[in-house]
Design a protein around this ligand. Structure first.
Ligand SMILES: [Zn+2]
Length: 249
């Protein structure tokens, strides 16, 4: 369908739309962690944090408010945020303190192509240990970043490097799947997916697609970029003012 005639359901992607979706999910499912062995109807609710830890922290608050838990997958190679920047690390700590799990969002393209799973496992293990040392929490699951790019999806073992693979064969077979893709519903609208009677579901959202008010998808990305740029500039100005230096322009 052409872009002009596509239905974007922009109101779905707001904070109030998100809260409604969480309530609907909660009435149908228990929220479980990756690796669960539960036979009760449940959902694995996951966020791949590609662009915005700040949006992630906001969604984490809404979820905690509604009494559910999710897993937040941290990307170590984002072009949009630095996970070791104090403010960003603080957001992820805050998310974990709200009772959510932290996972590893793994960018396989950062490393050489993998002929063998052992090399992949070594890189995964390395990044997991970084996350665990900084956050002081167990990291029990990973998801591939940009899984359609490169050869990552050929590694579909259910567990690699002691972590549950969100794209593992077993998870794929057991769980119906819905994702917010690029800020719109490519296949199913999430609200309808949650009402369609799947016993086990995996839901993937990317926090930057969920904003206080309705915006077109590309504008939501720009919002994350501009917010970060403005905060960086303000931080620089504040520092110079604090130490009494000239800030000529
Ligand atoms: Zn990603």
């Amino acid at each position: 369908m052409s872009q002009q005639h596509f239905e974007y359901h922009l109101d779905d992607f707001t904070e109030s739309g998100y809260r409604e979706i969480i309530r609907s999910a909660r009435s149908n499912y228990r929220f479980e962690s990756y690796g669960t062995e539960s036979d009760e109807p449940h959902v694995l609710w996951r966020h791949d944090v590609d662009f915005s830890p700040h949006r992630a922290a906001r969604l984490a608050e809404i979820e905690a408010d509604e009494g559910v838990r999710a897993t937040y997958f941290v990307l170590l190679h984002s072009e949009f945020y630095n996970w070791l920047e104090a403010d960003v690390t603080g957001r992820f700590r805050q998310i974990a303190d709200l009772g959510h799990d932290l996972g590893l969002h793994f960018d396989a393209s950062f490393y050489a192509p993998y002929a063998e799973q052992a090399a992949l496992a070594e890189a995964l293990d390395f990044e997991r240990s970084l996350l665990e040392r900084i956050f002081g929490r167990d990291v029990r699951a990973f998801s591939f970043h940009n899984p359609d790019v490169g050869d990552a999806l050929q590694f579909d073992a259910d567990e690699i490097a002691g972590m549950v693979n969100a794209y593992g064969r077993g998870t794929k077979e057991r769980y119906a799947y819905c994702s917010d893709s690029n800020g719109y519903w490519r296949f199913h609208r999430l609200s309808e997916f949650l009402e369609s009677g799947h016993v086990f579901a995996q839901v993937l959202t990317h926090p930057e697609w969920w904003t206080p008010s309705a915006m077109m998808p590309r504008d939501r990305v720009q919002r994350a970029i501009d917010g970060r740029a403005a905060a960086t500039a303000a931080g620089y100005d504040e520092l110079l003012a604090r130490i009494g230096r000239h800030n000529a322009r």
